[in-house]
Ligand binder design. Structure first.
Ligand code: NAD
Length: 498
């Protein structure tokens, strides 16, 4: 059986002391093993990155950008192969994987503009014959730790910009679907990146803790669940590292009485059940304003959900695939059970779905639950499955208070025809990414991505302009060249413009 290894200093290496099963979640079969890096293996990657840094830092930004141009072409040429790898190990349908990859490629395109993005700020004559400028220097060795649900896109949020800014990058991808991520890193190597600038270490807590504690690692980007994000942020900060840690979500959509219900239903079905709900921007709660809105929405949702097609990744006619593991499937079913036990009404039940030829797969069908109340476990926690909750509110104010009171603040959306209501909502809601009649308001690559509250720990958001700032350090130089023969006496007071 194949063991997925690491990419260190341009070579694939495999330490097999500890390994973990990789599944095809549609069949439940173990298809590969993944090597779990030891502390020593991670330290080798850090040493290779440190050795590569001086030369890479001094490589002109335009040359670093040219590597990204070639990388983009290789990603496009190998798109089908990458998406197949994603499908085999994550389970998402090929068209969905293509969307994920395209969103990732857009981050590479943005990084191709790095010479422009790294331009500093210059002021002539801040004093007599004194000039001052700010420039943005790379940090050194930086690390990224990524989740299973976007094995291509989320790593691509991080390393193209980090590397284009002149850093050396160590990626610790999810151990649950490691193959596409490793292959993508090999493509970057093929694009002409010098050895050591990009390493991939597969692994678990041991690898992550090594990155968090090693003094040579200057910054850590993390995307994953909130408890781990909080741990990463605290540990990195305690060790003096720059850190951004993006966590979990509970994304609400408000459905107003004036909304185009057919449109809202179409958008909700895709945003709640696409990728089996395993997206941090999945809409998992619809807050209806007024009972008539709730009744109309539920009736149309019930109808729309009868045609949902669930199955394996290869069949493009499927809408979504399995969950990532058996354990996660059982967890999602547990949330549906708990909702029922706490008094909610399961309107469409995906718990006992059968998928032909995939009887042992980790599937849960699309599930719709009405009469959900804020105190219920299914409402308070992130389910990360194809489950849409309906919470009935009587006014927009009540709906907004619910959203503001939730511990997560990643994404949200309002369905309405009322411009004034939409403007008030987007201005005042305490959530980082807002959609108006747009269910998944994932910012494009030249904006930045991030939630509020317990969906993000750190100051800067991921990718886009914030990533340029995250992966660089400002230096301000003030310079004077005294004209020959002129020398001043000693000055003891704070220099000012006289
Ligand atoms: P996870 O937190 O279990 O794992 C994320 C990463 O952390 C993996 O690389 C994993 O190996 C590592 N990790 C896990 N346990 C660890 C530990 N105890 N110590 C150190 N490292 C550890 O998350 P997941 O299940 O892979 O991904 C799903 C979660 O990610 C969801 O909560 C989802 O909302 C979130 N997510 C958030 C965003 C965002 O942008 N906010 C994007 C994608 C996913």
């Amino acid at each position: 059986m194949i063991t997925v290894g690491h990419l260190i200093n341009g070579q694939i290496v495999t330490d097999t002391e500890r390994t973990q099963d990789v599944f095809n979640p549609a069949t439940g079969e173990v298809t590969k093993q993944v090597a779990l890096a030891s502390k020593l293996t991670v330290e080798k990657a850090i040493a290779a990155a440190e050795a590569a840094f001086p030369e890479w830092r001094n490589t002109p930004p335009i040359k670093r950008a040219r590597v990204m141009f070639r990388f983009k072409e290789l990603l496009e040429q190998n798109a089908e192969r990458i998406c197949q790898m994603i499908g085999e190990e994550h389970g998402k349908i090929v068209h969905d994987a293509m969307g994920e990859l395209q969103r990732g490629i857009e981050n590479v395109e943005y990084a191709c503009g790095v010479p422009e993005l790294l331009k500093g700020e210059h002021s002539k004559n801040v004093g007599p014959n004194i000039d001052s400028w700010s420039e943005f220097q790379p940090l050194g060795v930086v690390a990224g730790i990524t989740p299973f649900n976007f094995p291509a896109m989320v790593p691509l949020w991080m390393f193209p910009m980090a590397i284009a800014c002149g850093n050396c990058f160590i990626l610790k991808p999810s151990e649950r679907d490691p193959s596409s991520t490793l292959f993508i890193a090999q493509l970057l190597q093929e694009a002409g990146l010098p050895n050591g600038v990009m390493s991939v270490v597969n692994g678990d807590k041991e690898a992550v803790d090594t990155l968090l504690h090693d003094h040579r690692v200057q910054a850590v980007s993390f995307v994953g669940s909130t408890p781990i994000a909080e741990y990463i942020y605290r540990t990195a900060a305690a060790n003096g590292k720059r850190c951004q840690a993006l966590g979990g979500a509970k994304n609400h959509a408000i459905v107003m009485p004036d909304a185009d219900i057919d449109n809202a239903v179409n958008q909700l079905v895709g945003a709640a059940f696409g990728s089996s709900g395993e997206r941090c921007m999945a809409l998992s709660v619809a807050v209806t304003v007024g009972d008539a809105t709730a009744d109309a929405l539920i009736s149309k949702m019930r109808e729309a959900m009868t045609s949902l097609k669930v199955g394996a990744y290869q069949d493009k006619s499927n809408d979504f695939g399995p969950l990532i593991t058996r354990q996660h499937q059982q967890k999602v079913i547990g949330y549906i059970d708990s909702a029922e036990e706490e008094g909610a009404e399961v309107v469409v039940d995906g718990r006992s779905i059968q998928v032909s030829a995939c009887e042992s797969g980790f599937f849960v069908g699309g599930t719709l639950i009405d009469q959900v109340k804020p105190g219920m476990r299914c409402y308070k926690e992130e389910i990360f499955g194809p489950v849409l909750l309906i919470v009935r509110a009587q006014s927009m104010q009540e709906a907004m208070q619910l959203i503001d009171a939730h511990e997560y603040g990643n994404g949200t959306c309002i369905f309405t025809r009322d411009g004034e209501a939409a403007r008030y909502f987007s201005d005042n809601i305490k959530v980082g990414m807002v959609g108006v009649n747009v269910p998944l308001p994932v910012p494009v690559a030249y904006h930045s991505f991030g939630g509020w509250k317990r969906s993000l720990f750190g100051d800067l958001h991921a990718y886009g302009p914030d990533a340029v700032r995250f992966y660089s350090r400002r230096k301000t130089v003030t310079q004077r060249w005294p004209s020959s023969g002129v020398r001043e006496g000693v000055e003891f007071s704070m220099p000012t413009m006289k």
